[in-house]
Design a protein around this ligand. Structure first.
Ligand SMILES: [Zn+2]
Length: 486
């Protein structure tokens, strides 16, 4: 394969992106993950939340991407001399709505007079017919606050979004004392990942309903007792279901597979609008300084889907997300809900883990310019062995719970996978303990629910995703309780 990503090709992509925005799900198969390394370094391509490879049943590896027709043609050219690599595209018009779960119209919760009700407390086979619109996400939270006074608390986050929206979060299970909350879950950071906020809201609705009625919960073939429900609630749950309301409003109205927020300070048209919030957190944010020049864990280009913003935490949405740790200083476990790769990711995401050299860590300037190359030994990120064991245990349990529902398979893997990321929410969560002396240690996870590169699920998939994720949240929370909340 010839050298990848010449400047002319990158320019061509940006031009064609304006002319032919249509993105097609593409599966690239190769005998080793190393076959993908040069492609992934081209950060004008869209690999979803993070470039992730899956082993296939025939012993190969598969990389998912969303590409325009011109990008696909270019890719075929790049791999034309390597017969071991196959490129398969899925013919799918993203504007085609047939089979896709619709976005709800109106407000099914009547401005908060009706509380949402999840699938875990309903008869098997019950389904939810549409995805929550942005107004409904907020009225669902109001509905829970009204239905469970003194047990479910909603509050407004301090920073209004670029378009002036106020974001809402909530906490439940551990009473009014915000220092007693140990679990933090967020969703809706990448706008196009439909169903993320729904998964979280319906799960918490299930917990509250089961707690009140003295019943358990059932998700497909997986069941939980009332005692387990109470155990999870007692841990104290903070939920921030819609981190990026501006982006979701735009995506739901345009069907454009929009990922970033809608900040226009760095670009005012098309794909140049917006910052990737999951590259904007204060963890090795300035990747040009901290990482090897051979990798691109984010992008400095506003037109990239992975545009990192103008500073660490430059975005209001990121600031809101971080503010939760200040309001709830006892948070010990964090999960960010994304789609659509079918994985549970655990720390770290900047390089391969090592537990032998504490001095080789993300704060040590000696290693600036060396991080992120997963195939070398010049740098590996330090993680204490007890922490490594605890987070792997929780990730594996979460996957086992999701599989046990019976819909499909999931895998757990270290977040770095094939390729590093900078400025991600899960790494930020875990890094705080070392970067900010005196704060709690937080284990950070990313759940990638759903079916590969399918950000707009069908109605069937949308409902399966609710069942799968809700069992996953139960296992994750129960493991957190078992491992320790202090
Ligand atoms: Zn995502």
């Amino acid at each position: 394969m010839k050298q990848f990503a010449p400047a002319a090709a990158a320019v061509a992509f940006q031009i064609t992106a304006c002319l032919a925005e249509e993105l097609l799900p593409v599966q690239i198969r190769a005998p080793t993950v190393a076959h993908f390394s040069e492609i992934v370094a081209n950060n004008t391509l869209d690999f979803g939340c993070r470039p992730i490879t899956h082993p296939t049943s025939d012993g190969k590896f598969e990389l998912q991407a969303l590409l325009t027709r011109d990008q696909i043609s270019w890719l075929h050219g790049e791999y034309s001399r390597d017969e071991s690599v196959t490129i398969q595209e899925t013919v799918l018009d993203k504007r085609q709505t047939s089979g896709k779960a619709p976005i709800g119209t109106g407000d099914r919760f009547g401005g908060g007079s009706v509380a949402p009700s999840g699938l875990g407390t309903k008869d098997s086979g019950t389904t939810i017919s549409s995805i929550l619109n942005v107004n409904e996400i907020n009225s669902a939270i109001t509905g829970l606050a009204n239905a469970y006074p003194g047990a479910f608390f909603k509050y407004s986050l301090p920073y209004t979004t670029f378009q002036g929206r106020t974001s809402v979060a909530a906490y439940t299970g551990a009473g009014a004392d915000t220092s007693k909350y140990r679990l933090y879950l967020s969703a809706g950071m990448h706008a196009r990942e439909r169903g993320g906020p729904d998964n979280l809201i319906y799960w918490v609705s299930d917990l509250l309903a089961a707690n009140k009625s003295g019943s358990g919960l059932t998700y497909g073939s997986k069941s939980y007792t009332n005692a387990q429900v109470k155990s999870v609630l007692n841990a104290g749950i903070v939920l921030f279901p819609l981190v990026n309301p501006d982006g979701v409003v735009y995506d739901q109205s345009s069907g454009s597979l929009w990922r970033k927020n809608r900040n226009t300070r760095s670009g005012t048209s098309g794909s140049s609008i917006g910052v990737d919030l999951n590259r904007n957190f204060n963890f090795l944010w300035n990747f040009r300084k901290f990482f090897s020049s051979s990798v691109s864990p984010a992008s400095t280009s506003p037109s990239s889907e992975a545009f990192y913003g103008t500073a660490a935490e430059s975005e209001q949405e990121t600031k809101n997300h971080v503010s939760v740790y200040d309001k709830f200083p006892g948070i010990r476990w964090f999960m960010d809900i994304h789609s659509a790769a079918g994985t549970i990711l655990y720390s770290w995401g900047d390089d391969v883990n090592q537990s032998t050299d504490p001095k080789m860590n993300f704060l040590n300037a000696t290693y600036d310019g060396k991080r992120g190359v997963t195939s070398d030994t010049a740098y590996k990120e330090y993680i204490p062995s007890a922490d490594a064991a605890a987070i792997k245990r929780a990730a594996d349990a979460t996957v086992a719970g999701m599989r046990a529902v019976g819909s499909r398979s999931y895998v757990s893997q270290q977040a770095v996978g094939l390729y590093p990321t900078s400025g991600a929410s899960d790494d930020y969560a875990f890094s705080r303990f070392w970067a900010k002396p005196g704060v709690n240690k937080v284990y950070g996870f990313t759940m990638e629910f759903g079916y590969s590169t399918n950000f707009y699920p069908t109605t069937t998939e949308f409902n399966r995703n609710i069942l799968d994720t809700n069992a996953g949240f139960m296992e994750w929370a129960l493991t957190a309780v078992a491992v320790g909340l202090q």
